[in-house]
Design a protein around this ligand. Structure first.
Ligand code: SF4
Length: 205
């Protein structure tokens, strides 16, 4: 609506909501907000100047991207700029991974996190019980998952190096390789040498 569309057609979410009348009212409010934004003559994002793609995306093929290059990449938040960025990211993903689909089961090792992403239940500002699995608990979970025939496991933690240091992740990977031929990790950022240690632990017999 804020881009000038005259109508919207909404079905599934209204039909499947616990209270269809309430969700319909929510949509009505959102549509009215969009229409008012359009009538206010808000400057369309596409009108903002943006740097040429070749300048912005050159750094995406280099080994490491600097902070200023990241800022440059994110500077253009117009629809066309974001589409350029998504296209380049998609090309790089295909270059590194090809056209693959991985199916896996996630195993959350810990919910400690020092970040505050608003959409995430692990956010440090959420008052929830924090815990991490012991090695025995990990093994029990892994045993049950492996018994279902699943061969790919994704081990996850929140972003807390303090709660889940490299030594903890090494224990997790050591346990996981007894049950799964493929192990992936989605954990806090670490140094290259630490990733190497994890890789080498996972890949040695
Ligand atoms: S677990 Fe990940 S997504 Fe969730 S709050 Fe922490 S950093 Fe953000």
């Amino acid at each position: 609506m804020e881009m000038g569309a005259a109508a919207v057609l909404v079905n599934t979410s209204v039909a499947t909501a616990g209270d269809p009348a309430l969700i319909a009212e929510a949509y009505a409010l959102a549509i009215r907000a969009g229409r008012l934004a359009f009538l206010s003559k808000l400057r369309a994002p596409q009108e903002r100047p943006r740097p040429p793609p070749s300048d912005r995306f050159f750094c995406m093929n280099s080994e490491a991207i600097s902070i200023s290059e990241i800022k440059n990449l994110l500077a253009d938040d117009t629809r066309a700029g974001l589409e350029d960025l998504a296209r380049q990211a998609s090309l790089l993903t295909r270059q590194y991974f090809g056209r693959t689909i991985s199916l896996y089961t996630p195993l959350y090792l810990s919910n400690y996190c020092s970040s505050s992403c608003t959409y995430c239940g692990f956010s440090k500002s959420n008052r929830i019980t924090r815990m991490k699995l012991t090695v025995e608990q990990m093994r029990e979970e892994m045993k049950r998952i492996a018994a279902t025939g699943i061969e790919n496991i994704l081990l996850l933690t929140g972003e807390s190096y303090k709660a889940t240091p490299l030594s903890y992740l090494l224990d997790a990977v050591t346990a996981a390789k007894s049950y799964f031929p493929n192990i992936s990790l989605e954990v806090h950022p670490m140094e290259t040498a630490q990733y190497r240690e994890l890789f080498s632990t996972a890949s040695t017999e």
